[in-house]
Design a protein around this ligand. Structure first.
Ligand SMILES: Nc1ncnc2c1ncn2[C@@H]1O[C@H](COP(=O)(O)OP(=O)(O)O)[C@@H](O)[C@H]1O
Ligand SMILES: [Mg+2]
Length: 303
C-alpha cells in the first residue's frame, strides 16, 4: 500500500522550551481512516501543523506521498494535505462563503471556470449549496464547521486532516459531519486523519487508533485500544460509554461475542450475536462475584 504520510523521529519544541512532540514515528497508508487520541496538550494539533508545513520540521522527516513537506512550495503543501482546524473561525476570513471556498483554488492559479466548478462542488458536498453569498461570520457553528471543510475540499486534497471535528457540535450536525467524512474516505478514497477527544465517536471515524502523549504510546484497532484500561488511565483517556455499559453487563453474567461494542450504534449487532450464541435468550444474574467484578470495572474504567 502507498504511504500517504510518513513521519520519522519527529521532535518539536516551542520557542518557550515546551517539548510538544518527541520521537514521533508514524506511517499512514493511502485510504486509511486514522484517529489520533490523546489528552489536552498531548501534541495532536502540533502534529497536524507539521503535516501541511504550518510548522516546518528542520529535517526531512515529515513526508507526504514520499515527498518532504519541508521543501514543498506552500501551494503544493496545502493542496496535498487539507487541514481543517478545530475552530472554524480560524479558517473563514473572507466576506462571503464563496470567497472563502474560492481562496485556495484562486491562489493555486486555476482558471475562473475551474475555481467556480470547485467551489460549487465543495459546497454541494458539504450540503451548503445556495450559501455562496452568506457571510461566514454569521453562520451557525455547524454550518461554519462544514464551510471550513468546504474551503479545504476545494483544493481537492488526497489527505484530509481534521482537528477535533465533532467537538461542540449538536447531535444532528455531529452525525452529518461524521457521515460526510466517511463518504469522502469511501467514495473519493481520501485518507482521513482525525484528532479526537470524543471517544464515543472514534469507532465511527477510524479503523485504526493511535494514542499520542508527546510520543506515540499505542497504535492498534479501536477495540485493542479501548479495552486496555491501563493504557487509557495512564494517558488520561476513557473508554466509550457503550463499551463500559457492556463491561458492567459482563459482571451480571452477560457473555458476549468476543468484541464488545464501542458505540451505541454497534450495540444491536453485539446483542444479536449473543442471542445467537446463547440459543435466543440472554440471562443476567447476580452472584457472589458480581459486586467484586463491578468494583473492578469501575476502578479500571471510571475516574
Ligand atoms: N504556541 C505555543 N507555544 C508554546 N507552547 C505551545 C504552543 N502551542 C502548544 N503548546 C504546548 O505544546 C503542547 C502540545 O499542545 P497541542 O499540540 O496543542 O496539544 P493538543 O492538540 O493535543 O491539545 C502543550 O503542552 C501546549 O501547551
Ligand atoms: Mg489540539
Amino acid at each position: 500500500m502507498n504511504e500517504a504520510v510518513t513521519i520519522r523521529d519527529l521532535t518539536h519544541q516551542y520557542p518557550d522550551g515546551t517539548v510538544s512532540l518527541e520521537d514521533v514515528s508514524l506511517t499512514v497508508h493511502g485510504g486509511e481512516r486514522l484517529a489520533i487520541v490523546g489528552q489536552n496538550g498531548a501534541g495532536k494539533t502540533t502534529l497536524f501543523l507539521h503535516l501541511n508545513g504550518s510548522i516546518r520540521s528542520p529535517l526531512d522527516n515529515v513526508l507526504v506521498f514520499g515527498e518532504s513537506v519541508r521543501s514543498m512550495p506552500i501551494e503544493e503543501r496545502i493542496q496535498k494535505v487539507g487541514v481543517v482546524f478545530q475552530d472554524p473561525d480560524d479558517q473563514l476570513f473572507m466576506p462571503t462563503l464563496y470567497d472563502d471556498v474560492a481562496f485556495g483554488p484562486i491562489n493555486m492559479g486555476l482558471s475562473r471556470d475551474e475555481v467556480d466548478r470547485r467551489v460549487r462542488e465543495a459546497l454541494k458536498t458539504v450540503g451548503l449549496s445556495g450559501f455562496e453569498d452568506r457571510v461566514p461570520h454569521h453562520m451557525s457553528y455547524g454550518e461554519k464547521k462544514r464551510a471550513a471543510l468546504a474551503a479545504v475540499l476545494s483544493m481537492e486534497p488526497r489527505i484530509l486532516v481534521l482537528d477535533e471535528p465533532t467537538a461542540n457540535l449538536d447531535p444532528k450536525n455531529r452525525a452529518l459531519l461524521i457521515d460526510l467524512i466517511n463518504r469522502l474516505n469511501k467514495e473519493k478514497g481520501i485518507t482521513t486523519i482525525v484528532a479526537m477527544h470524543d471517544v464515543n465517536a472514534v469507532s465511527h471515524l477510524a479503523d485504526r487508533v493511535v494514542v499520542l502523549n508527546t510520543t506515540i504510546v499505542a497504535d492498534g484497532d479501536a477495540h485493542s485500544i479501548f479495552s486496555d484500561s491501563k493504557l487509557l488511565k495512564e494517558n488520561n483517556l476513557e473508554a466509550p460509554e457503550a463499551y463500559k455499559l457492556f463491561r458492567i453487563m459482563g459482571c451480571y453474567g452477560y457473555a458476549c461475542c468476543n468484541a464488545l461494542p464501542l458505540s451505541v450504534a454497534d450495540a444491536p449487532a453485539a446483542l444479536d450475536a449473543s442471542l445467537e450464541e446463547n440459543g435466543g435468550a440472554i440471562s443476567l444474574r447476580r452472584d457472589g462475584r458480581t459486586a467484586e467484578e463491578l468494583r473492578e470495572v469501575f476502578e479500571r474504567f471510571e475516574y
